[in-house]
Write a protein that binds this ligand. Structure first.
Ligand code: FAD
Length: 508
């Protein structure tokens, strides 16, 4: 290996760009290969007709000092804002404060229903659900069937696309630690309640003025200004390795971006379909772990391929609509628990940043949790916009004529799906790489099949660069494994919906 290794990074999302940024700081030559026509990955800020909006909304919050420092190294302080956090739950035609306040909760549920919920809770104390290995039984055993039906069932099924009786209880056990809504209802109802138990979720987070994409667009410029080069619209199709040597190179195919449906601007490349080869000494990959293992040439053993093919994901669509500012709401987002609509959450980007509103107009993001190829994913943009207008009207948020225009962004593999087999499958792949391709370093969220936020995605990349260049031996797979630490330590680091409830307390 040369004194300074030639590094190839796959993907220009937060993890890939962090790796490149850290390498450039050490003056190491690096080529970043990005399949799309823009940088930022899931943390991009899409731009259409002058409107900027996130894939979800991306809060910047971390307990990792190295990541916090890097954010401020990339963007000057004046580009960051501190924003207040607010979100509510829309259920049964009403908005529930979150965290719940006794008066608001009782008024919304009604005293009779509140009593029924308590009785239902008492019933499961006597007759616990038989199967508590699944999400439904786990939650019902702790909160009663009535609360499960009101607040967990619909949202879970929207988010994961499977009944709660098929989701692993792990989800609940790991993610729903601070069941704030339900603790709050319980606290609100039981005598001698102590509202101080409920952590206030109206907190602040950092947010770049023009969205998270601003961070990644700036990082990309800084990489290009140093020893790095970013190649857009080239997707890695084949990863070449040799026994005893590890990975020696990758072959890309010119994609022309993933198209406007991905929220990327017009593709610029004209050599569509052309193949290019990039050789190197070290390879950092933030492409989905399952695709990485399937791209290997020669193929790994059948057991490894089967593990790769078994990983599942949940996909995501945002329908961003431009409406009068008066239609907006003060919340950053509202969880939509109503079963009569498909939308799972609605963002008001005007509440994220005043720089994202224009001339008395704001942009709302209607979020749909989908699976690639399903009936919603395959709808035309026009049909999705029509559905968004219809659902805004059903919910009483806006009339169709108030929607001035709309844009659709599709994001495949937005969420790793933790099924019963995922851990074993990831271990099989990891073990094989450690033995056969030690110079191939998976990083980031899909790269490691980890429910990582930006900060942990970035941190895995920072540690990997230290391992490659500085000779450290960090176990990158240890980042974000300690859920206890993570959830307790960073209660507001994400706006991601996790398990099937309007959580903000449990993040990853
Ligand atoms: C709805 C939602 C809300 C979220 N909210 C927050 C939040 O509030 N705060 C927070 O910190 N995090 C949040 N996250 C998580 C955050 O988006 C991710 O942690 C982060 O983007 C992961 O970075 P990454 O670089 O690992 O992966 P990605 O962002 O997925 O980037 C990977 C990149 O690799 C490229 N790529 C893939 N395959 C190939 C290939 N074969 N060849 C070349 N390039 C390829 C992709 O195009 C992409 O650009 C949220 C996520 C979602 C889905």
């Amino acid at each position: 290996m040369a004194e300074k290794p030639q590094v190839v990074v796959i993907g220009a999302g937060p993890a890939g760009l962090t790796a490149a940024f850290e390498l450039v700081k050490r003056d190491v030559p690096v080529t970043v290969l990005e399949g799309d026509a823009m940088v930022g990955g899931i943390s991009r800020t899409a731009e259409r007709e002058g409107w900027r909006f996130d894939i979800g909304g991306h809060r910047f919050f971390t307990k990792v000092p190295e990541v916090e420092a890097l954010w401020h190294e990339i963007l000057p302080d004046e580009d960051f804002m501190m924003r207040p956090r607010m979100s509510r739950i829309f259920y049964d035609g009403k908005l529930f404060d979150y965290p719940l306040k006794a008066g608001n909760a009782l008024g919304n549920l009604g005293i009779l229903e509140a009593i029924r919920c308590v009785l239902s809770y008492m019933w499961v104390r006597v007759r616990p659900p038989k199967d508590q290995t699944k999400f439904e039984g786990w939650v019902a055993s702790r909160f009663g069937w009535r609360l499960y039906d009101h607040f967990f069932r619909t949202y879970t099924e929207k988010l994961w696309g499977v009944p709660g009786s098929e989701l692993e209880a792990d989800w609940a056990a790991q993610r729903i630690k601070n069941l704030s809504l339900f603790s709050a209802i319980w606290n609100a109802l039981r005598p001698g309640r102590n509202q101080k138990d409920i952590t206030s979720l109206i907190e602040e987070f950092q947010y770049p003025k023009y969205g998270p994409g601003m961070m990644w667009e700036t990082a990309a410029k800084k990489v290009e200004a140093g020893s790095g080069h970013i190649v857009l619209e080239e997707k890695v199709r084949t990863v070449h390795w040799e026994p005893g040597k590890g990975v020696v190179g990758v072959t890309t195919v010119v994609t022309g971006g993933y198209g406007p449906g991905a929220g990327a601007p017009e593709a610029k490349r004209t050599d569509l379909g052309a193949e290019k080869r990039y050789d190197g000494d070290q390879f950092v990959s933030s492409m989905p772990l399952s695709s990485l293992l399937q791209s290997l040439d020669p193929k790994p053993p059948a057991e490894v391929l089967t593990a790769a093919q078994s990983l599942k994901y949940r996909d995501f669509i945002t329908v961003a609509v431009v409406v009068p500012e008066s239609v907006g709401f003060p919340d950053n987002w509202i969880y939509i628990h109503s079963p009569e609509v498909k939308v799972g959450r609605i963002q008001n980007f005007g509440s994220w940043s005043p720089y994202l509103v224009q001339d008395g107009k704001t942009c709302l993001g209607l979020e749909l949790f989908v699976s690639v190829g399903d009936e919603t994913w395959t709808k035309s943009d026009d049909d999705l916009l029509a559905q968004a207008k219809r659902e805004l009207e059903i919910l009483g948020f806006a009339k169709p004529e108030q929607v001035e225009r709309g844009f659709v962004v599709r994001m495949p593999k937005a969420y790793p799906f933790y099924d019963a087999a995922y851990k074993g499958n990831v271990d099989v792949m990891r073990r094989w790489m450690e033995e056969n391709t030690p110079n191939l370093h998976p990083v980031g969220r899909n790269g490691m099949f980890r429910y990582n936020n930006q900060d942990h995605s970035m941190f895995t990349a920072q540690l990997t660069v230290q391992n490659i260049v500085d000779g450290t031996h960090h176990d990158v797979w240890d980042v974000n494994v300690e859920e206890d630490y993570h959830e307790a330590a960073s209660p507001t680091s994400s706006s991601e919906p996790k398990a099937g409830l309007p959580e903000d307390a449990a993040v990853a």
